[in-house]
Ligand binder design. Sequence first.
Ligand code: SAM
Length: 273
Amino acid sequence: MTGTAKAHAKGFTAEAKKHLGQHFLHDRGIIAMIVQAVDPQPGDRLVEIGPGQGAITFPLLDRHGELTVIEFDRDLIFPLTEGARAHGTLEVIHRDVLTVDFGALAHNGGPIRLVGNLPYNLSSPILFHALEHAPAIVDMHFMLQKEVVDRMAAGPGSKVYGRLGVMLQAYCQVTALFDVPPAAFRPPPKVDSAVVRLVPRAPESIGIDDHPRFARVVRDAFGQRRKTLRNALSQLCDAAAIEAAGLRPDARAEQIEVADFVRLANSLKQLPP
Ligand code: SAM
């Protein structure tokens, strides 16, 4: 075993890699709150994204006995595998999570529950990658920048209600759970963090007829927040079409409920070429 590997196996911290968004959790209270929020039940298939040095991994293993993790940093694979022996059965997938097919993972043993203190530089791509595989996923518990969680969970009337919130809430139930201060991590990030729960909606309850059309309506509506719907959506429809969907053409996107965006997009039937 090399010196570095030995140090890892003992749980010593190698220098955190900035480009991999490494901020390792060390606050035991916060870790316990995450495990409690996940609340693993017998038979659950837990998959953790970015286990790092095992801060959440090992307590989850103690509680649940088995876990799959997806980690990109080669230097962490050995210490994770070694460290896990005392806690339970760990399957380590050494890959970029964005290349992992969650559908295939679920195919091999049932739908999965995702957990992760995500690398903040990749949080949006990881979220949208997970959403593409929503039928394979029971729920997700993610640590993200607090500012992102606030936008994800915001409703109409909030200053931070926008495209991210509408797109996520259309496909998932989104619940902001608790905030986490920078001091809970080593090294501390520059921003506050928060833990969010996402539960994908059943396909039949989403009600979106055409997903690209819905995405386009939401994108245009929030393109310039201060514009009225009539102006923001002028490339897609006229005021009469907005009224026909039961909305006021002089309303602004930030006042419109997610369900109303769905109804509007469905009522447009097709986008102009
Ligand atoms: N879970 C650990 C904790 O809470 O202390 C580490 C969290 S750290 C914020 C993010 C983790 O994601 C790091 O271990 C990093 O190496 C890993 N990571 C970064 N990019 C990744 C990627 N594309 N695929 C999988 N893991 C990645």
